[in-house]
Design a protein around this ligand. Structure first.
Ligand code: NAP
Length: 346
């Protein structure tokens, strides 16, 4: 192995992979969460995890809402995998904590004492939990936790803003890829494209609506699951049209949206929204799948079966400037704050 490839592998965290050896950390079954760091790593003292919405929903449903069982399941996953990587959904989340130690060769620019949010997924972050999650009731996506996490040279972290409560910053930063990706798609779609957001009253959904509006989208349709969410979204003033539909019911969704839109952004946290998203989108349009519950085969085969001539994009969690954009939208958009704040439990 050359020195260059050794350095690349180390910067990606390949040396932390225990099984199967040689894959990247995200693909690994098991990582080594040893808190002793390499020269280019950073150790974080963990304060709080934010479980990915799709992962939390899956765990809660599997255990019938039994918080103790959900807590045991999360402890089991982290204990056996050395990372919070839900084996069913394949998703993770992110965390906040305080930088404890910075290796002399770390390029991340962090200092001991910085309070940071990791912007790389928990599915590739070596994690050790030391308090048995004793302060968590297993009933919320946000998990007070003690332990250590390790960042690699190629990881990303944001210093937490001091004007927002930690739990709010964590919730916004967890989904900060959605508004950035939406803004990019709307800009690329040409003149004032119409946009539908599925799961529009959720965290990524309302931020995506706000980003689409700022990017000068045309007609904005917010799709929500029930009347309570519709009332909240109407009051938030983020969409021109608010419709109630089950995103997993393709015909009902297409009927609710009406004239197909140029861009559909999928922000639900439940599986099965692929076909509805395709039917709601005009030929030549774009579907942005931000949801971690998206199935590649359902999307690809569904598009073929529906003869849907649409571009389908995977919602990359990383776009340059994504964290700053999401925090800006939260701070400057009262309707976004009104929808996100009640979802964040301290
Ligand atoms: P969230 O705040 O829980 O919002 C999800 C919304 O979807 C909720 O309003 C939910 O309604 C609604 N919903 C669920 N099932 C529905 C259905 N069948 N029909 C219509 N609406 C439905 O979730 P989030 O934190 O924004 O996350 C959204 C998705 O983004 C998740 O799948 C998450 O895994 C994913 N994600 C992706 C990335 C990435 O990098 N691509 C990063 C983070 C998160 P209820 O509240 O009534 O259930």
């Amino acid at each position: 192995m050359t020195v260059a490839s050794d350095l690349l592998q180390r910067s990606l965290g390949v040396h932390r992979v225990l099984d199967p050896v040689g894959v990247l950390p995200q693909a690994a079954t098991r990582l080594d969460p040893d808190p002793r760091i390499a020269p280019d790593e950073v150790r974080i003292a963990v304060e709080r995890l934010n479980l990915d919405a799709a992962s939390f929903r899956q765990l809660a449903e599997e255990h019938g809402g039994d918080g103790d069982a959900v807590r045991a399941a999360v402890l089991g996953i982290v204990g056996s995998r050395g990372k919070m990587h839900n084996p069913v959904t394949g998703s993770g989340g992110m965390l906040v904590g305080t930088v404890e130690e910075v290796g002399p060769e770390s390029p991340l620019g962090l200092c001991p004492g910085d309070r940071v949010a990791t912007l790389v997924s928990l599915t590739l972050t070596p994690l050790r939990i030391t308090d048995g999650l004793a302060r968590w009731d297993g009933r919320s996506e946000q998990v007070p936790a003690a332990g250590t996490a390790v960042l690699f040279a190629r990881s990303i972290a944001a210093v937490l803003p001091d004007d927002l409560p930690t739990e709010v910053a964590l919730a916004v930063l967890d989904v900060c890829g959605a508004p950035a990706a939406t803004e990019r798609v709307v800009h690329r779609a040409g003149h004032r494209p119409s946009v539908a957001v599925l799961g529009a009253a959720g965290k990524s959904g309302c931020l995506s609506l706000a980003a689409a509006r700022d990017a000068r989208a045309g007609r904005l349709v917010g799709v929500v699951r029930n009347e309570a969410e519709a009332t909240a979204l109407r009051a938030a003033g983020l969409a021109d049209q608010v419709v109630v539909a089950d995103a997993t019911d393709p015909l009902a969704l297409a009927a609710a949206v009406g004239r197909p839109v140029d861009v559909t952004v999928v922000c639900v946290d439940a599986p099965g929204a692929e076909h509805g998203a395709l039917l709601a989108t005009a030929d030549g349009g774009t579907v942005l799948f931000f949801s971690m519950a998206t199935s590649f085969s359902a999307a690809a085969l569904g598009a073929e079966g529906l003869a849907a001539d649409v571009t389908m994009l995977v919602g990359n969690g990383y776009t340059p400037g994504h964290a700053a954009l999401a925090l800006h939208l939260y701070r400057c958009t009262p309707g976004v704050r009104a929808l996100i704040d009640p979802r964040v439990r301290a």
